[in-house]
Design a binder for this molecule. Structure first.
Ligand code: UGA
Length: 438
């Protein structure tokens, strides 16, 4: 079994580290943020991710998983080092790789034997070369390494499942020795006949961006189809079903909604589009997906105004769902942010509820009225908007909803409520790409 060090304990690093230790390897997760490591050492998990607590506990108890702030030592003792630090978006749209660069320098300084250096963070195509140069520049005598790109395809909310049961593992490596070591790391998956795709480094880096941008494109496409459905009286759910039954298209990522959010699609599409322009090969499709997504978020605000029949001044709106999608407390780039901001800007009031993301949203809107249930958030409101498709909203009692609301106006941006039931109880409602009852 290999000795592995994962640098960065965000959701990618932590899930990957815990997952690799579950394969039987000895894993050290290292991070310079002391508060995070302290929490982890105390058996607490700094992020909400279903199944992660159990996975971490199981492997810590088995003595295969540990946490440290001593990054240098963790590098020295490892056979394989995974770089899993953040690459946030810079002001110019490019990914900011300064944390990756700083880790590369530390790796160089502590390279005391042959090691495989593997990047999991989503980095612009070509970053592999920069990392290798930085390691070489800082390398002490006797150091030796091979570089590998091993992009992650984890979804927040199902990251543990995605790690342990992936569709594929992409390994970009020009050295056969390094590829074989990486195959050993992923041996349990390999034995289960999960496809391992061997490419060069640039191809592996490209696969990650091309996959994320394609999924974003698919969402923007179905959102535009949904908008056109509204204009022609078609039902986008049936359209998506009819499209998805064609195996070449597939039904996945054809759910219309208020626009994609999160820490990946908005950032990665921007970075991909920026890179393509820089290389003189602009990707018009990706530019269009970004524009469509921005328009979709604004369109939801317009829909709410149309439903209310006026602007938001003096109105109180119940917002159900703050996270960018269910099963996460992440609100980064969530469509609910634009919705809430627009209501507040026009002098409206917001009563907000999310099963777990109230706290994260407090970092963006400090003074919002955060409630502890959908019933409380809808009590006495002029209209209610569903922004995230949490299961508890799918099954809400509409009779009760009507009773607590001041006016029975509902905007369902995730299309999760039954239109028949809404009509039956006398709601006026709107959704995305389906029948509007006004
Ligand atoms: C995404 C990719 O799905 C992962 O494969 C990838 O590893 C990850 O980015 C990453 O780069 O780290 P994630 O951002 O966690 O994962 O979430 P998704 O489930 O892909 O959803 C992204 C956004 O698209 C959400 O706002 C979601 O509501 C929206 N969406 C998704 C739709 O509006 N319609 C759909 O049909 C699917």
């Amino acid at each position: 079994m290999k000795k592995i060090t994962v640098i960065g304990t965000g959701y990618v690093g932590l899930v990957s580290g815990a997952g690799i230790s579950d394969f039987g390897h000895h894993v050290t997760c290292a991070d310079i943020i002391e508060s995070k490591i302290r929490l982890l050492k105390n058996g607490e998990i700094p992020i909400y991710e279903p199944g992660l607590h159990e996975l971490v506990d199981r492997n810590v108890n088995a003595g295969r998983l540990s946490f440290t702030t001593k990054v240098d030592e963790a590098i020295q003792q490892a056979d394989v080092i995974f770089i899993a630090v953040g690459t946030p978006q810079s002001d110019n749209g490019e990914a900011n790789i300064s944390a990756v660069e700083s880790v590369a320098k530390s790796i160089g300084k502590n390279l005391n034997s042959y090691k495989v250096i593997c990047t999991k963070s989503t980095v612009p195509i070509g970053t592999g070369n920069i990392i290798c140069e930085l390691i070489r520049e800082n390398m002490v005598d006797g150091g030796e390494f091979d570089y590998v790109s091993n992009p992650e395809f984890l979804r927040e909310g199902s990251a543990v499942k995605d790690f342990l049961w992936p569709d594929r593992v992409v390994i970009g490596a020009s050295s056969t020795k390094a590829f074989n070591i990486m195959q050993d790391v992923y041996r349990p998956l390999y034995v289960n006949e999960k496809p391992i795709l061997h490419t060069n480094v640039a191809t592996a880096e490209m696969i990650k961006y091309a996959a994320n941008a394609f999924l974003a494109l698919k969402i923007s496409y179905i959102n535009e189809v949904a908008n056109l459905c509204e204009a022609v009286g078609a039902d986008v759910h049936l359209v998506a079903k009819g499209m998805g039954q064609d195996g070449r298209i597939s039904s996945k990522f054809l759910h219309p909604g208020p626009g994609f959010g999160g820490s990946c699609f908005p950032k990665d599409t921007q970075a991909f589009a920026t890179l393509s322009r820089k290389k003189g090969v602009p990707m018009n499709t990706i530019d269009a997906a970004i524009t469509t997504n921005n328009i979709q978020k604004t369109r939801m605000v317009e829909k709410l105004k149309n439903l209310i029949g006026s602007d938001f001044s003096g109105k109180t709106i119940g917002i159900l769902g703050l996270a960018f999608k269910p099963n996460t407390d992440d609100v980064r780039e969530s469509s609910s942010i634009e919705m809430i901001q627009s209501i507040l800007d026009e002098g409206g009031k917001v009563k907000a509820y999310d099963p777990i993301a109230n706290k994260s949203m407090q970092n963006i809107f400090t003074d919002l009225n955060y409630l502890h249930s959908w019933e409380e958030a809808c009590d006495g409101v002029d209209a209610m908007v569903i922004m995230t498709e949490w299961n508890e909203f799918r099954g809400m009692n509409l009779k009760k909803l009507k009773k607590v609301m001041k006016t029975p106006l509902v905007l369902d941006t995730r299309n999760i409520l039954s239109m028949d039931k809404l009509s039956e109880y006398g709601f006026q409602f709107d959704n995305v790409g389906r029948k509007t009852v006004l």
